[in-house]
Design a protein around this ligand. Sequence first.
Ligand SMILES: [Mg+2]
Length: 342
Amino acid sequence: MKSLEYFKGCLIGGAVGDALGAPIEFMSLDQIKSSFGNEGLTNYSEAYGRIGSITDDTQMTLFTAEGLILSKVRQGYQGDAGIISAVYHALLRWLYTQETGRQEHLIKAYGTCSIIDGVLTGHKELFSLRAPGNSCLSALQSGKLGTIDNPINDSKGCGGVMRMAPVGLMYDDAEKAFRIGCECAALTHGHPTGYLASGAFASILSRLISGETLTTAIDDSISILKCNTNNEETLRSIDTALELADKAIPGPDIIAGIGEGWIAEEALGIGIYCSLVAGDNFKKGLLLAVNHSGDSDSTGSITGNLLGALYGIDVIPENWILNLELKSLIEETAVDLFDQIK
Ligand SMILES: [Mg+2]
């Protein structure tokens, strides 16, 4: 297994990508160019009242990590079902940060302990709406625990895949990372592609943090995916990313050939494509990942997770780390994950 620097690289890298994409999440490529010049965005720009703002992608990644960590240290969360239950309760705490006005309702619906437990809810900066996804909100508001066998909805938005990094870091068995990743995503995304792309992303990160190359990690993930039904969309997007990385000169027009990233398989495909063509040039990969007419913060986040897990925190530009919102909390979360498995 790799060192702590790669765990930090994965979570900080993802948050940096999220922060880079935040100001341009809802902008077309033409709008980005007219605002920032022909090269597009090249540095942090203000979003949510400051530069370096994280969004829901990083918030939910942190809460997923908290659930996984609690599942390791508490007797009450045993086995795979216990892991999913711990993550579910952590995501309910994230919902609480988004709906402080509904505190009484949540406590009544779910019980006090599960809602206000954990350490993240002690950070007031997390009590902030950063364009949370509708599928995540409505699934968690329903009071029902979504599973693969009992889908909560038919959503395949990228809200599952974009929060999967901690699952890949926690489990060095890629098949377990895939399985837990799928179930964690199915809490909010019931379409097969919504959770299979998430499991695939977790399994790729699991292989990377074990020291595999990116191409081997992707190949292993494809092998696992092929054992699952309804895998066609996810496999097709990964294949498209691999083909384009081999042939074309990188640019937003190539990314458009994979999609815009609002849905799970496209977000994963774009993240894989940008990581493959970036090599160890983190800045190049991340600017490519956010400058397109799509879900820039999520594709930035996924690419940052991958490149950080591959090359470690040292490849991330210092000023991007320095100006990142909640960087200490994100680093501490990486340390806590690392401590659970070292
Ligand atoms: Mg976001």
